[in-house]
Design a protein around this ligand. Structure first.
Ligand SMILES: Cc1cc2nc3c(=O)[nH]c(=O)nc-3n(C[C@H](O)[C@H](O)[C@H](O)COP(=O)(O)O)c2cc1C
Length: 151
């Protein structure tokens, strides 16, 4: 169900993170620059969200399912709030420097800390399953035709 105040629309450039996503969590993430957070309401909860993403810069109009975290990554005790998106597609290459348009459609859970990285990795796999389910709904698929995604 997509409920008010969603959708949230934002844009960001993919920057280098700490490299933990692929190695430790078995989940490659696109770390977005600060502008992606600045476009979101300041009161947004530190949480995990589902939505759609589109590249702005590589002549690829495709829309990708995404699951994203917004927050300070309490498990890693970061200080700065970041948006980190996992695009639910197998890509051959990295996308550093590319811009992404993102529409967040709903929250899956609050961001939290875990006993170990394995528990976080399992929670993320669960998030991915839930995001697939949400994004397969007719209501979510309507956003594939959103004017924001017309390049
Ligand atoms: C779907 C998803 C859920 C996440 N949930 C949490 C969380 O609950 N707690 C947390 O500390 N970090 C969470 N993260 C953020 C990860 O800690 C972060 O993406 C990871 O450390 C990789 O960062 P790096 O690319 O800078 O190495 C989540 C990330 C994703 C993509």
């Amino acid at each position: 169900m997509i409920k008010f105040p969603f959708p949230y629309l934002t844009t960001g450039t993919i920057v280098h993170g700490f490299g933990r996503g692929s190695k430790e969590l078995n989940c490659p993430t696109a770390n977005l620059d600060a502008s992606s957070i600045e476009n979101l309401p300041v009161e947004i909860d530190e949480g995990v969200y589902f939505g759609w993403a589109q590249f702005l810069t590589n002549n690829n109009n495709e829309l990708y399912k995404l699951v994203a975290s917004v927050g300070t990554n309490p498990f890693y005790k970061c200080k700065v709030k970041t948006l980190e998106a996992h695009l639910m597609h197998n890509f051959e290459t990295d996308f550093y420097g590319e811009k992404l348009k993102i529409v967040l459609l709903g929250e899956i859970r609050k961001m939290t800390s875990f006993k170990d990285a394995n528990e976080l990795a399992m929670a993320i796999q669960n998030d991915i399953v839930k995001a697939h389910h949400e994004l397969d709904s007719d209501q979510s698929r309507e956003y594939l035709n959103h004017p924001y995604f017309k390049n």
